[in-house]
Design a protein around this ligand. Sequence first.
Ligand SMILES: [Fe+2]
Length: 208
Amino acid sequence: MVPISSGWADEPGAVAWPRLDPELISHGRRVAVLVSQLCVELGVGMASTRAIAEAAATHDVGKHFVPRDILDSPRSLTPMEMACVQQHTRYGAVLLDNAPANPADSSNLASIVALLHHERWDGSGYPYGLLGKEIPVCARIVALADVFDALRTRRPYKPAWSHDVTLTYILDQRGRHFDPGCVDAFLAIESNVAGCWTPADEAFADTR
Ligand SMILES: [Fe+2]
């Protein structure tokens, strides 16, 4: 008789699926909302805006495979722990679309965004250290929205920043961490989104 597998993780040989983190999912939703507004301001078409926002919602899905005690650590991470956290980009890309060796070869927007949302305009990001427009525009937009939400919400290792302090940081990183065009678009909409982050969001314990 051929055994029938239920696919559950407690079966021998099955791959354990981590517990989905509702806080991480909420972070993705808030980033997706901000990405939608940035796309509209940047003149991105409706279909592409929807696709990029959907990709933004899962940009950090790879963090479900990073040990929780590292993500929630209130102290500075060791270089080895930081490297472990940085792997979430590759985990997410593999989960969403078997990460291609060359991200430019992928047509899967969610995989591209998961893989490249920590790249920086000045080439100091990861995992590839792509520079400027080498980074797909969808990943550049998500990068700004991701950092904005990360700063506006409480994390285990820092309090929530105020809107004004976060805005100052975003402006300071124009042409450094962020695409100048994305920062300019953010400036045009920031007063509209200032009220979107409620005290409950700001108190949200989220992850790196
Ligand atoms: Fe991330």
